[in-house]
Design a binder for this molecule. Structure first.
Ligand code: THU
Length: 123
């Protein structure tokens, strides 16, 4: 996952924030799907790296995230934004691992329940 995230992070389109993020996830088919952030001159239209990885997973016919890694562009962790927490939750189970990684090799693992307590769910 780390290698996939590193590869797409290089291609992130982040001319406004200069904050390139890479995300890579393992789905139920065992394959890795990745995405980077894609910003826009109309700022709210920018898309986070996690959303790209999820879209790639869905496009390949999968819908369960076993684990997802989010690679920050610096030595601080980049925990997913609020919207991405909800997007990850949509395809997560209680066992889904969210792994935060930094450029200097630090990692931290958290669960979606820790990231999004009292989450909204229609079920
Ligand atoms: N960003 C992500 O791609 N994922 C996150 O979880 C947090 C933020 C992006 C959005 C924007 O392009 C840049 O980082 C700065 O906010």
């Amino acid at each position: 996952m780390l290698q996939n995230a590193q590869k797409v992070q290089k291609n992130a389109y982040a001319p406004y924030s200069n904050f390139k993020v890479g995300a890579a996830l393992v789905a139920e088919d065992g394959n890795v799907y990745s995405g980077c952030n894609v910003e826009n001159a109309a700022y709210p239209l920018g898309q986070c790296a996690e959303a790209g990885a999820i879209a790639s997973m869905i496009g390949h016919g999968c819908s369960k995230i076993t684990k997802i890694l989010i690679l920050s562009p610096n030595s601080d962790f980049c925990p997913p934004c609020g919207g991405c927490r909800q997007k990850i939750k949509e395809f997560a189970t209680s066992a889904t691992q969210v792994i935060l990684s930094t450029q200097d090799g630090k990692t931290k693992q958290v669960s979606i329940a820790e990231l999004l307590p009292l989450a909204f769910d229609l079920n």
